[in-house]
Write a protein that binds this ligand. Structure first.
Ligand SMILES: [Zn+2]
Length: 63
């Protein structure tokens, strides 16, 4: 998992991005992963398809 000498730099000078998981609000499955700016205080809240619920549900940000 650990890469040495990678050219990718996490946490650039223009704002940190944090990785978050989007979990289905109904069944709690973490179906999606995304990144967002750390400075955005608003919790992500998106309508996504959940394969467990077999329909579009609200997905909210979780750690
Ligand atoms: Zn679900």
């Amino acid at each position: 998992m650990v890469r040495r000498g990678g050219s990718q730099s996490e946490g650039g000078p223009r704002g940190r991005r944090i990785r978050v998981a989007l979990a289905c609000a109904l069944c709690g499955s973490r179906n999606y992963r995304t990144t967002r700016l750390h400075t955005e205080s608003e919790i992500l809240n998106l309508s996504k398809f959940c394969k467990h619920c077999n329909r579009h549900t609200r997905h909210i940000e979780g750690k």
